[in-house]
Design a protein around this ligand. Structure first.
Ligand code: NOJ
Ligand code: CA
Length: 712
C-alpha cells in the first residue's frame, strides 16, 4: 500500500476537516484525481463557506499546498464562495497524434480528467466548472463558464488562482512585464524575488512592470530536487497571466495583464473557457523540455494542411543592421542602434537588389533554404525617427530594391524569400492592411512572414500581453492561414501551445534574442543565457533566437558589444534551441574565410530543422544542457550542447542510435584554448565512427559548446 499523507489520512475519517501542511481549512467534499501512473494527484474541495480550493501532490507529498480560486468582476459580485458541487465527472484519454513539424513526430496525450461543476447556493446561482487534467508529468486546469441565466457578460477585474508553494524554491524568473519578455532571467530563492526594482530597462522600447510579479513559464527547483514550471496553455480571447509573488508566504496568484481602456483585465461573453493553468512537475530538469503537456492541452489542428510551410534554415539582411554594418532605411543616415557613425555620407541601405542576390547566392551554395530581407519596404526613415503609425504599407519597395527581380532570382536559385512586416505595434492599422499585404505575398509566392511589434501598443492603454493583443495575434494567425501564410512573430504574445491548433504559428521571439548582443548597453546576453532559456522560455514553444554568429566580437563595427559565447556554442544552439526555422544570422562576409566558406559552417548546412525524436541527454538549469534530435526523413541524429561561463566535459553516450548501424560523427567543438571572452572563435572539427552505445567525451570551454552531426 502506498504511504498516505497524514493530513489526508485524517480527511478520510474527518471529512469536515481538510488539513494541508500549511493551512487548516474546514472542508466538505474532497475529490481526487490521479495521473495515469499515480505519481501525481490533485485534490479539490470546498471550505464550509463554499470556497473552492485545490492541492497537488507528487508521490504523496504536497507540491502545491491548499490554494484558492476565485474571480472578481466589474460591477458584479465576486465569484468566490457559497459554492456547492452539483456533480463531478471523470474521464481518461490515451491518444497519439502527429505534429506536421516539430520536436518529434508523434505525441502521446495521456491523462485522467476530473470536472467539478460548481454552483452558488445563493439566489444568483452562478455556475463555473473546473476542468482538471492530470498527466504523468504535470497538471492543467481551466475554468469553464457555461451558458447560464444570471451571467451573460463579464469584465474580469481579477482572476485569483493561487499557487501556494511548499518551500522556498530556487527560481529562474523574468519580471511580470505587461509589454515585453525581453529580460534576462534572474536566479534567486522565491523569497528573494523582486521584479519591481528591475524597472529600468534602457534597451526596451516598451516595458511596463506593475508590481512584484513574474512572467511565465517560470521554472523552479525544490530543495528535494524536484523541478516545477508554471505556465498556461491555449491562451485565446483572454489576457496573458503573470504570477504575483508573495515572497513572505511563498505563494503566487494569477495576475492578468490589464487594459486601461477596458478598466479591467478581460471582457467575455458567457459561455467561455479560460486558458489552462499549467504546472509541470519533473524529477529531471531535462524532462521539462521533453514534456508535451502544454501542447496536448490545446485543441487539434483547426486549419488543415500546412505543407505550404517547410521547416528551413535561413540567412538574412538583418544582423548587419543590428551591428551597424548597414541600415534599414534608404538614405542610410540612421545606422542602427547608435552605431558610432550615426550620420553616413554614403547609403548603406541593406536591402538592395545586389545585396539580396549576394545572400541568395550564399544560401543556394550552402544548403540554406530561406532568405529574410528587412528594410525592403518604404517607411523605415520615418520609423527610425520615432514615427510609428501608418508609415509602412508592406507592398511598396524602396527604389534600390527591385522586388520582382529579387523574387525571380531567388526562384531561379531555389531560395524562398521570407516577408518582413514591422507593424510598429499599430495593430489597428495592420489589421486593415493584412488582406492586401498577404495578397501581395501570395501573388509573389511568399509563404512566411516575420512580424514585429516594436514600441508601445497603439492605442494607448493596451499592452502587448493583454486580451486586446491576444486577440490581434490570433486574428493574424487566422488571416494568415486563409492565405497559406506561416507566421514568425517578434514582440509576440507568449507561446501557449497554440501551434497545435494553428500550425502556421511557426516560431516567435518573446525573449532576449541574439539582437541584444549587437547593441544592448548592459553587455548583452551572458554566457548562461541560453542554458536558462532552454528550461524556461523554451518550454512554451519554438524560439526564433537567430543563432550562428561566427564573428563573435565584430569589432570592426562595434567595440563595446559582442556575443558572450564561443563559436562552437553558437553551433550547439541549432540543436539545443528548438524552432522549425533557424537563422544563420551573421552577415555572409563573416561566414567566409579567405574566399572560402568557413569550415564550421558545414554543421549549419547539415543540421536538421524538423525532428522525428528529441532526447535531452543531460542538463541543469542555467548551467548546461545537451540535446540529441533525430531528423525526419534522413534518420540522421544531431547533438548540441552548451555550457555557461564554466568549462565542463560532456560524455555523450550514443545509446539512441540504431542497432547494427555505423554512423560518421563529425564533432564541431571548442578549441583547446577557447574562451567566450578571451578566445571565442577557436574551434576544432573531428571525425569519429560511432555505433549504438559508443561514448565520446567533449570538453566545452567557458561559455562554450559543441555540435555533432551523426550521419549514416
Ligand atoms: C525587433 C525584432 O526583434 C528584430 O528582429 C527586427 O530586426 C526589428 N524589430 C525591426 O523590425
Ligand atoms: Ca525584439
Amino acid at each position: 500500500m502506498k504511504k498516505v499523507n497524514t493530513c489526508f489520512y485524517l480527511l478520510l475519517f474527518v471529512p469536515a476537516l481538510f488539513i494541508a501542511c500549511k493551512q487548516k481549512q474546514n472542508t466538505t467534499n474532497i475529490t481526487t484525481v490521479n495521473s495515469p501512473d499515480n505519481t501525481i494527484d490533485v485534490k479539490f474541495a470546498l471550505t464550509t463557506s463554499g470556497e473552492a480550493l485545490y492541492l497537488v501532490q507528487h508521490k504523496n507529498k504536497a507540491v502545491i499546498d491548499t490554494s484558492f480560486m476565485s474571480f472578481d468582476f466589474k460591477d458584479l459580485p465576486s465569484l468566490k464562495d457559497n459554492f456547492e458541487i452539483i456533480k463531478t465527472t471523470t474521464a481518461s484519454a490515451d491518444e497519439t497524434w502527429k505534429m506536421p513539424w516539430g520536436e518529434q513526430l508523434e505525441v502521446r496525450d495521456h491523462y485522467n480528467e476530473l470536472v467539478v461543476y460548481l454552483q452558488e447556493t445563493t439566489e444568483t446561482k452562478r455556475q463555473v466548472n473546473i476542468h482538471f487534467k492530470v498527466y504523468d508529468d504535470g497538471v492543467g486546469f481551466r475554468y469553464e463558464f457555461p451558458e447560464q441565466p444570471n451571467l451573460i457578460e463579464v469584465i474580469i477585474t481579477d482572476e485569483n488562482t493561487a499557487f501556494n508553494l511548499v518551500g522556498d524554491h530556487k527560481v529562474w524568473w523574468i519580471p511580470g512585464d505587461w509589454d515585453s519578455y525581453e529580460h534576462l532571467y534572474t536566479e534567486t530563492k522565491f523569497s528573494k524575488i523582486d521584479a519591481v526594482s528591475k524597472q529600468n530597462h534602457p534597451n526596451l522600447s516598451s516595458s511596463y512592470i506593475v508590481e512584484n510579479a513574474v512572467n511565465t513559464p517560470v521554472t523552479m527547483k525544490t530543495n528535494e530536487g524536484l523541478y516545477l514550471s508554471f505556465h498556461e496553455a491555449d491562451l485565446t480571447n483572454y489576457s496573458g497571466m503573470t504570477l504575483k509573488v508573495d515572497p513572505e508566504n511563498l505563494s503566487m496568484v494569477s495576475e492578468l495583464v490589464g487594459s486601461e481602456r477596458l478598466g479591467g483585465k478581460a471582457k467575455l461573453a458567457v459561455p467561455f473557457n479560460t486558458p489552462w493553468r499549467t504546472i509541470q512537475i519533473e524529477e529531471k530538469a531535462g524532462d521539462l523540455i521533453e514534456s508535451k503537456m502544454i501542447l496536448n492541452l490545446n485543441e487539434p489542428n483547426a486549419i488543415g494542411d500546412v505543407s505550404y510551410f517547410t521547416p528551413m534554415k535561413y540567412v538574412g539582411i538583418w544582423w548587419g543592421m543590428h551591428i551597424g554594418e548597414s541600415t534599414w532605411d534608404l538614405e542610410g543616415n540612421k545606422a542602427a542602434n547608435n552605431a558610432s557613425d550615426a550620420k553616413l555620407s554614403v547609403s548603406r541601405h541593406g536591402a538592395t537588389t545586389d545585396n539580396a542576390k549576394k545572400y541568395i547566392d550564399f544560401a543556394s551554395q550552402n544548403g540554406i533554404k530561406g532568405l529574410l530581407v528587412e528594410g525592403w519596404n518604404t517607411g523605415w526613415d520615418k520609423w527610425l525617427n520615432g514615427n510609428r503609425e501608418g508609415i509602412f504599407d508592406f507592398i511598396t519597395p524602396y527604389s534600390d530594391y527591385d522586388f520582382k527581380e529579387v523574387m525571380r532570382y531567388a526562384k531561379e536559385k531555389g531560395v524562398e524569400v521570407i516577408m518582413h512586416h514591422e507593424t510598429s505595434a499599430a495593430p489597428v492599422t495592420y489589421e486593415k492592411q493584412m488582406e492586401e499585404a498577404y495578397g501581395f505575398m501570395k501573388e509573389n509566392g511568399i509563404n512566411s512572414v516575420k512580424t514585429g511589434y516594436v514600441g508601445k501598443i497603439i492605442p494607448k492603454g493596451e499592452y502587448h500581453h493583454g486580451q486586446y493583443m491576444v486577440n490581434h495575434y490570433h486574428k493574424v494567425l487566422e488571416e494568415a492561414a486563409k492565405n497559406k501564410v506561416a507566421v514568425n512573430a517578434h514582440e509576440p504574445i507568449k507561446a501557449t501551445g497554440k501551434r497545435r491548433t494553428y500550425p502556421n504559428a511557426i516560431a516567435r521571439e518573446g525573449l532576449r534574442g541574439q539582437e541584444f548582443n549587437a547593441w544592448a548597453s548592459d553587455g548583452g546576453n551572458p554566457p548562461n543565457h541560453l542554458a536558462t532559456v532552454a528550461f524556461t522560455r523554451m518550454l512554451s514553444g519554438p524560439i526564433d533566437f537567430t543563432p550562428g554568429v561566427f564573428n563573435v566580437k565584430f569589432d570592426e563595427f562595434k567595440k563595446n558589444n559582442q556575443v558572450n559565447t564561443t563559436l562552437a556554442h553558437q553551433l550547439g544552439l541549432y540543436v539545443v534551441i528548438y524552432s522549425p526555422i533557424q537563422m544563420a544570422c551573421d552577415i555572409v562576409e563573416h561566414y567566409m574565410d579567405n574566399g572560402k566558406v568557413h569550415p564550421a559552417f558545414q554543421f549549419i548546412t547539415d543540421v536538421g530543422v524538423d525532428w522525428q525524436k528529441t532526447k535531452v541527454l543531460e542538463g541543469e538549469i542555467g548551467d548546461y544542457v545537451t540535446i540529441a534530435r533525430q531528423e525526419r526523413e534522413t534518420g540522421n541524429w544531431f547533438v548540441g550542447g552548451i555550457t555557461n561561463e564554466d568549462s565542463r566535459t560532456s560524455t555523450i553516450t550514443f545509446d539512441f542510435l540504431e542497432e547494427g548501424q555505423t554512423y560518421k560523427a563529425i564533432v564541431y567543438k571548442d578549441g583547446e584554448n577557447a574562451h567566450w571572452n578571451d578566445n571565442p572563435q577557436e574551434y576544432t572539427i573531428e571525425e569519429v565512427e560511432v555505433t549504438k552505445g559508443s561514448t565520446v567525451d567533449i570538453k566545452l570551454a567557458p561559455g562554450g559548446g559543441f555540435g555533432i552531426s551523426v550521419m549514416k
